[in-house]
Design a protein around this ligand. Structure first.
Ligand code: SF4
Ligand code: SF4
Length: 168
């Protein structure tokens, strides 16, 4: 597995090949089998991985906080909802998604020790990243290639998938 600091460099090197692999999967892979391979590799590779030693996803993106989480998150930080939004979030929330983005990237909730100060209130979308255990992977291969450039586990999943399908 690559170190978190290596992922961006190696993903850039592999970028063209990864786009060719995406096209190859679209043409040749069975969608159900692809989901099964993603799920197998996700379980295998995340089972021994300590995300607290990485946090690339928190560093490369803004945080996204659903509007319905705001009260709970503010309470967790002993603040009013208004003060929470004022301090951490771009306001107003996105009309389409109903979510707020944090003001900055890296995410404003990442502390100096690279822990998320939201603790047990971490948004579901953060827990779900890089979505490699979700169904319908065939329809999300472009998004997957974005995660390959950020997440060492997603990068490794991509490499193992190439091996599984015999893609050169
Ligand atoms: S909310 Fe927490 S887990 Fe989500 S991106 Fe920000 S620091 Fe990371
Ligand atoms: S999900 Fe991926 S990018 Fe985020 S901390 Fe875990 S290994 Fe790193």
């Amino acid at each position: 597995m690559l170190r978190p600091s290596q992922v961006q460099f190696y993903a850039k090197k592999a970028e063209n090949k990864n786009y060719r692999f995406r096209s190859w999967l679209k043409m040749h892979a069975d969608p159900d089998d692809l989901d099964a391979q993603f799920l197998r590799l996700h379980k295998e590779l995340f089972s021994g991985y300590d995300c607290s030693r990485c946090r690339n996803c928190c560093k490369h993106y803004c945080g996204t906080i659903p509007a319905e989480d705001v009260e709970r998150d503010a309470e967790h930080l002993h603040m009013s909802a208004d003060a929470f939004v004022e301090k951490y979030l771009d306001s107003p929330a996105d009309q389409e998604t109903g979510s707020y983005n944090t003001k900055h990237k890296p995410c404003d909730f990442l502390d100096d020790q690279e822990n998320c100060i939201l603790g047990d209130c971490v948004p579901q979308n953060c827990l779900d990243y890089p979505y490699t255990d979700k169904p319908d992977r065939m329809e999300s291969l472009l998004s997957f290639l974005e995660t390959v450039a950020v997440c060492p586990v997603a990068y490794e999943i991509c490499e193992r998938l190439k091996g599984h399908y015999g893609f050169q």
